[in-house]
Design a protein. Structure first.
Length: 320
């Protein structure tokens, strides 16, 4: 996923959420709806989250230095994890608290038509934001299901925005149902139930985001398809007899480290080894462009329990 695509979705979500947050708080102030207050806090938290995603993307572009020789690409994972924590605490826990308080002391809405109007407008704006995120995510999604894309995407911005927007639309639906039922019946319990459902929804989304971004922070390897492509590229030539072992690691959403120990023919000149490694690296980068950091260690394969004769070695001497 290109960062430009992710940024378009983030900016669309940020603009929608800032406008929605203001209108929700105004509606809450006039109507006293706890669902509107929960949704206002939700939109405000989402706005802060989008700013954090933009900040993480900017910090990830810093050049590598002595303290961080592999660069700052994982900053995007860190900020995505912070987003999940904010969504859980500020959005989910606050909504649950407000819902419980409203259940204890339910009261009818003072201006019921206002939150309904605001929620209808908010549904339209959130729908626009979600449509933008879906459009920007389609090239990266490919033939995967949306669930698979969210679980396996290495660039966190689009999955975060997709989950936030989907949760926002569902949360707005909960709020709308709660407000309308409270308006019809005059019983504030329905508004409180809508608030509780919003809280449960946000906590669930935050947990999913936290689990997925935690995995990226710990360190994930390449997908099975990319691993297969890398292995084929390494062995697709006479330079390498076989791969003894290989490891991959995402240094950032768009940068993959590949380290491989490969078996080469014995009695190989050092100059030929160097040329062979360069050729292998070129093939790997062509097959998987995000494989930007590649380390290839040449060796000679020896069967377990077999002592290699002195001739089974790579000769380290200059070419004639």
């Amino acid at each position: 996923m290109s960062t430009s695509g992710g940024n378009k979705a983030i900016f669309a979500a940020l603009a929608a959420n800032l406008g929605i947050a203001v209108t929700k708080f105004i509606a809450w102030a006039f109507s006293g709806s706890s669902s509107m207050l929960a949704e206002g806090v939700h939109s405000l938290a989402d706005s802060g989250n989008q700013l954090l995603l933009l900040l993480g993307g900017r910090r990830a572009k810093k050049a590598a230095d002595e303290e961080h020789p592999f660069g700052y690409g994982r900053e995007r994972f860190v900020f995505a994890f912070v987003v999940s924590i904010i969504l859980f605490s500020v959005g989910g826990v606050f909504s649950l608290y407000e819902g419980v308080e409203k259940l204890r002391e339910p009261h009818p809405l003072e201006v019921p038509w206002l939150p309904v109007l605001v929620l209808a407008i908010s549904l339209g704006l959130e729908g626009f934001s979600l449509r933008t995120a879906i459009r920007e995510a389609r090239p990266s999604k490919g033939s995967q299901s949306w669930v698979s894309f969210i679980r396996r995407a290495k660039a966190p911005e689009l999955p975060v925005v997709l989950l936030e927007d989907a949760a926002a639309l569902l949360g707005l639906t909960f709020a709308m149902v709660g407000v309308v039922l409270t308006w019809i019946t005059g019983d504030g319990v329905f508004d409180a139930i809508g608030t509780l459902l919003i809280g449960v929804l946000l906590v669930a989304v935050a947990v999913v985001l936290g689990i997925e971004t935690k995995s990226l922070l710990i360190g994930e390897g390449a997908s099975a398809a990319d691993v297969a492509a890398i292995r084929a590229a390494v062995t697709d030539g006479p330079e390498v007899e076989s791969i003894i072992h290989m490891k991959t690691l995402y240094l950032g959403p768009e940068e993959l480290l590949v380290a491989a120990k490969v078996a080469m023919p014995g009695r190989t000149l050092l100059s030929d080894v160097a040329a062979a490694i360069n050729t292998v690296e070129s093939r790997v980068r062509e097959a998987v462009p995000i494989a930007r950091v590649i380390y290839v260690e040449p060796d000679v394969w020896v069967e377990p329990g077999h002592v290699a004769p002195a001739t089974d070695a790579i000769v380290i001497r200059a070419a004639d």
